[in-house]
Design a binder for this molecule. Structure first.
Ligand code: SRM
Ligand code: SF4
Length: 566
């Protein structure tokens, strides 16, 4: 273990993720936790942060940084009841910074919780039957599942399986209950971890299930991805079809480090097909293969994508088959048509209605003229269906009976919750990660810059007669890729304050990586590049051709990257 990364030692000596967390939490001398406990806290679903806008001012005043905590909820498939929404809304107002943040993995984050309020926040979640276990850290994270609005029975089954998968891959330690919920104290040895072992995984691990034709979960970006294979029902379509099984995908991931060619975004490989009853066994086998073969010496090389590269796909799959006791069949055909969300009312297979609300960058707050936090709270008081968080940082009011639609529409109008959905296609599809002021890794703005950025790019589109053309733009404050930028038609990846790497050429189905086109450019620099390329797109496109596809066809960007044809 001597060459192992320091985090390995912390996990190994933590007594089932307990460490000295309970003591750190009540230590009145600092708003922060001990360093080892900060690492362990992640596996409990929280990160210690400070408000970077205040850093310098506090340093000058010789004060410690304003330590606050980000907390991430576990919400498999992104489904929350109205009662749970009301509980989360109360935590946001009473303990956090008054906002709810919908994430790119279909869940909620709170920002700005003080150490003294952490326990109360966790307990309030528990009272509403929610937890934050394993939403961060070196374990399987929030399991994603397609949130296609026009649901079929197969979608419901997939949602149930996503929850089962999340439960199955949870750590078995009772540390969470002990520390946050005043559960019984451990006496003797910590609980065995049959799936993870004492040191858990070498790195974070992410799983998601896509139901074609929607690839909203960006399944090629998951460590462990599943594509649902639905056999047509009596109508001859999949709307009343039956879920038969899944294609297994392994080794996707977005994270990279500027200037380090050994780190890179990677599309998952399609490994083969299996019947649905094997889902948990296959998932567990992938996890334990990563547990045993992943790199524990270098955290920059520890994600599953590098394990797959290092072992080779055939050996990796052989290992998974052996562990699961299941032989994969050749992958079944499938096709995606988009990785975006659909807005407006849509009717589901059971006659009930679904409506997705556009929430730019996922931030729900009460702002001038847009009291969205209050509006959604009012909706949660009368909505009889549920809320579905989408992988595009939006929320769907799902399962609405015909008779309730008018009341919801009235609330949507009263609180202007439809304001953003009336924007252009560019504005409806864009993603931005959190970045400043809370993310310690941010090199440039993302969420806060998004509105200005979109106005400028929209103006350029209009200038070339391309107003309203769909265009997927994603921005992140650093190369870690939290808004899955490397799959976008246009991506800006933060390099320094006000400066970004410009990536171009993803597709609209999440199946092709884009490529680095310009490095370290400021706003004027990347807008000039886009201006020229939009002019060419307007002049030379074949009818309906998307920007990313146009750039490839006409050879305007370099061509190093593999694309996945489904
Ligand atoms: Fe992420 C680290 C926010 C989805 C790749 N991510 C972080 C941290 C916790 C910063 C840190 O380590 O201190 C960010 C907290 C910011 C804040 O103030 O809230 C953060 N990541 C987010 C969220 C909130 C972005 C958002 O705007 O929605 C997303 C929360 C998802 C969730 O609910 O679980 C989020 N992060 C992602 C995704 C997208 C996905 O999973 O679909 C990725 C790319 C996919 C992948 O993992 O390959 C992603 N986050 C990273 C990485 C790079 C990992 C790597 O392999 O190199 C880091 C840094 C790290 O792990 O060292 C990171
Ligand atoms: Fe922070 Fe970078 Fe993730 Fe954005 S992409 S939230 S800046 S870690």
């Amino acid at each position: 273990m001597s060459d192992h990364s320091p985090v390995e030692k912390i996990k190994s000596e933590s007594r089932g993720l307990r460490g000295t967390l309970a003591d750190s939490l009540v230590d009145p001398h600092s708003g922060s936790l001990r360093e080892t406990d900060q690492q362990l806290l992640r596996l409990h679903g929280s990160y210690q942060q400070d408000d970077r806008d205040l850093r310098e001012e506090r340093r000058l005043q010789k004060l410690e940084p304003q330590w606050r905590f980000m907390v991430r909820v576990r919400l498999p498939g992104g489904v929350a009841t109205p009662a749970q929404w009301r509980a989360l809304d109360a935590i946001a107002r009473e303990h956090a910074n008054g906002t709810l943040r919908l994430t790119t993995r279909q869940t909620f984050q709170f920002h700005g919780i003080a150490k003294r309020d952490l326990k109360a926040s966790m307990q309030a979640m528990n009272a509403a039957l929610m937890d934050t276990i394993a939403t961060c850290g070196d374990v399987n994270r929030n399991v994603m599942a397609s949130s296609n609005l026009v649901e079929s029975p197969a979608h419901l089954e997939v949602a149930r399986l996503a929850a089962a998968l999340s439960e199955h891959l949870l750590p078995k330690t009772r540390a969470y209950h002990e520390i946050w919920l005043d559960g019984e104290k451990l006496v003797g040895e910590p609980e065995p971890e049959p799936i993870y072992g004492r040191t858990f995984l070498p790195r974070k691990f992410k799983a998601g299930i896509a139901v074609p034709p929607t690839n909203d979960v960006d399944v090629y970006s998951q460590d462990l991805g599943f594509v649902a294979i639905v056999e047509p029902g009596p109508s001859g379509t999949t709307a009343d079809g039956t879920l038969a099984g899944f294609n297994l995908l392994v080794g996707g991931g977005m994270g990279a480090t500027h200037g380090d060619p050994n780190t890179y975004p990677r599309l998952a490989d399609v490994a083969g097909y299996f019947a649905k009853e094997h889902l948990l066994a296959i998932a567990e086998a992938v996890v334990t293969t990563q547990r045993d073969h992943g790199d524990r010496t270098n955290r920059k090389h520890a994600r599953l994508k590098y394990t797959v590269e290092d072992l080779g796909l055939a050996r990796f799959v052989g290992e998974v088959e052996k562990r699961a006791g299941v032989e994969l069949e050749p992958a079944r055909p499938f096709a995606f048509d988009s990785n975006g969300d659909r807005y407006g009312w849509l009717r589901g297979h059971d006659g009930r209605w679904h409506r997705t609300l556009r929430i730019p960058a996922g931030r729900i707050a009460d702002r001038d003229g847009q009291p969205w936090l209050t509006g959604l709270r009012e909706i949660a008081r009368i909505h009889s269906g549920d809320f579905r968080m989408t992988p595009n940082q939006n929320v769907t009011l799902a399962g609405v009976p015909e008779a309730e639609r008018a009341r919801l529409d009235a609330l949507i109008a009263e609180y202007r919750l439809d304001a953003a959905e009336r924007g252009s296609a560019l504005k409806r599809d864009a993603l931005a990660c959190v970045a400043l002021p809370t993310c310690p890794l941010a090199m440039a703005e993302a969420e806060r810059y998004l509105p200005t950025l979109l106005d400028r790019v929209e103006a350029l589109q209009a200038r070339h007669g391309l107003g309203g053309e769909p265009l997927i733009l994603r921005i992140t404050g650093c190369p870690n890729g939290c808004a899955r930028p490397y799959l976008a038609e246009i991506a800006l990846v933060g390099k320094a304050p006000g400066r970004y790497n410009l990536h171009l050429g993803g597709d609209a189905r999440g199946q092709r990586l884009n490529v680095l086109h310009r490095e370290n450019v400021d706003e004027a620099g990347f807008l000039a590049v886009l201006d020229e390329l939009f002019a060419a797109w307007a002049a030379d496109r074949v009818p309906g051709e998307r920007f990313g596809d146009f750039l490839w066809r006409t050879g305007r960007i370099a061509t190093p990257v593999r694309a996945r044809s489904s």
